[in-house]
Design a protein around this ligand. Structure first.
Ligand code: SF4
Length: 176
């Protein structure tokens, strides 16, 4: 509020300076909200790059410098195209090149896929399932669900954190 005139800043560097905003979020907001050329690398994009380009069933357990270099090298120079590229690769990973059962027969880039060409080698490690209940990620989703239907600003201190032990979908609700 004080440093950005009450507006969400529109560059990667200024977004990154906000508390709680990391590299991925800064890049994603700068690209998708403000149309900037940013190297956005989420789980889906990493998986597509690993299969399509590197011929691996899965990317490394955590993001590596060589993955970032690969993502940067694949990014179109044109700004508008780069935004479409990020969205397209992300969607390809979410809908077609999925973690457990990639739909290779429906894939628009199957003829270029290094993983298919290599004979679909298995993963070199067993991925750990990600915790969900009680995490900040779960709470963020619940907060967004409230904000999507709110017709006026909702004070953050009015949200209740969901209990970690709950197996049900949490609800962040404004306490009135
Ligand atoms: S052909 Fe299959 S493994 Fe390769 S990018 Fe497409 S969906 Fe993924």
């Amino acid at each position: 509020m004080e440093q950005h005139g009450g507006k969400v800043p529109d560059t990667h560097a200024s977004l990154l300076s906000l508390p709680g905003v990391g590299d991925y979020t800064a890049a994603a907001v700068a690209a998708f909200a403000f149309g900037r050329r940013e190297t956005v690398v989420d789980t889906n994009i990493r998986r597509v790059h690993a299969r399509l380009v590197s011929g691996l069933a899965l990317p490394a357990p955590s993001l590596t410098a060589s993955e970032m270099r690969l993502a940067e090298s694949l990014m179109p120079d044109d700004v508008t195209l780069s935004v479409r590229w990020n969205a397209s690769v992300m969607e390809l990973g979410a809908l077609v090149c999925t973690a457990r059962s990639p739909k290779c027969s429906d894939c628009p880039v199957r003829d270029s896929c290094a993983w298919l060409a290599a004979g679909e080698p298995p993963p070199t490690y067993t991925p750990k399932g990600q915790a969900w209940h009680g995490t900040d990620r779960q709470l963020r989703g619940a907060v967004m669900a409230v904000l999507r239907v709110a017709d006026s600003p909702v004070a953050p201190e009015l949200f209740e954190r969901p209990q970690p032990t709950s197996a049900s979908t949490p609800r962040a609700r404004p306490c009135r």
